[in-house]
Design a binder for this molecule. Sequence first.
Ligand code: NOJ
Length: 546
Amino acid sequence: MADAQWWQHAVGYEIYPQSFFDSNHDGVGDLPGIQTKISYLTSLGVDFVWLSAFYPSGQVDSGYDVTDYRGIDPQYGTLADFTALVTAFHAANIKVVIDLALNHTSSQHPWFQAAVQDPASPYHDYYVWRPATATTVPNNWESIFGGSAWTYVPAVDAAYLHTFAEDQPDLNWENSAVRREMAATIQWWADRGIDGVRLDGVTHLKKRQDFANVGHPRMDYYQDVAGTDVFLAALKPVLTRNQLFVIGEAGGIDMPTAQRWLDPQQGFFDLLLEFDHVHFWEKAEPKLPVAALRATLSKWQFGLEKSGGWNALFIENHDLPRAVSYYGNATDYRRRSAKALALWYLLMKGTPFIYQGQELGLPNAGFTQISQYRDLDSRLYYQQQRAAGVPAKQVLAQLAMGSRDNARTPMPWTHQQYGGFSDHEPWIQLAPGTDQINVERESHDPHSVLTFYQQLIRLKKSVPALEQGRYELIDTRDDQLYVYRRTLNGDNWLVVVNMSNQVATTQEFDLTTSELIFTNTEVDADSDDLEIHPWEARLYHLRKLE
Ligand code: NOJ
């Protein structure tokens, strides 16, 4: 019998199709390109892939503005290419998760076009409309990308809601016809062989129905608004019937809701992507707040352990900067800190996700001019900040640190031109250093970040305590070390990571009865040495628990 919880033993890999591999020489990645790289994913130890949005789209928000939920954007290929890709993944024992943006469509979607052209059409109520004028908006709600969340349409004499860009009108989930459309869409893809879905922005689906002004205009109108369960319940039958693996993107979710949504019987999701541990970089703190990270990640480990839920473990995705640049130290300790971060997050309890290029230790894009950016959010931010009088240099420094384009640069496969991603100039420039940081080179280097990821994944899968064991934090009460234990039936493992640029020492744990199993320092560390070097990471097997 198939294991219904196969994903608890799995490693996931997010593919951003635009930047993975270009097979048809146009500078944009595509589905057949992904297919040529399956053996690479197998060698890494990947069990499922999450394909970022690939639907026909207005391409205002890189595919998250869908014009047709049942197709493939021509820049990525055809439905036949998709079917061939799924077949090839399955032949390699890799499951396929697709990404469904169900909070909003593109403004070019036929539903929205009909909604605008004919307010009497049934599609009008697929969207959220409120009385407004050309100069007055219904309330103070703001878009996550900046500015009012409302856009007035003269032909309709009303404004529609868009939590994201103006070209991404929110669907009205209060309307049961919308819920039925989405359930039918999921069935349609299930019929094409997918194994799972990543449901985009599920914490945005429900809006306050009083449409009143709110305290935090970018958040309070959708955050923590009770009632999303009704919407999710409408999708549950199709998800269950097709035994789909369900991941929810759940920014801002609170613990009780997450525990409920992940309940193995009553819940809606197998995994939730929550972002508590990645938001701090927005504050541009000069130093990694290790104590805060310990508190945040441990809160989720303990909270879900208690409720019978399961964690999703990730430090990168297509919306975040590169981990080695924002958590680690890409300047002085790029390789070592990339490996330390891997050991640190991947061995916690949960299903690890790797975002393409993370396994190479790829740093941020290093862009210095606004013309290098493609991401709408980044470009809008630049315009807004410049209009507010912020010097260009300052805004560019912020984008260099936080822009989503930092993670969207082409995957470097070789040291050749364009990193072997394409033989045509890519749609976006490569990150720096790809003459050294590339798959070809790293796969032949026993000390590379890639080799480290391969070994680590193998290790995690071969030790039951590292997969299923309880997580126990060892609070070192400092701002450098992250130390935790994984424990299963008396088998104990200890992870020690120095997440700082200074040597750390601690008396909080006794290493004399432990065996050093795995480390990121190229010279074997002395197993009971309590001096932990900057960005050094160690995994110990404890011979016996004190
Ligand atoms: C989350 C997606 O990951 C992001 O890329 C997108 O901009 C927003 N949802 C809006 O669809």
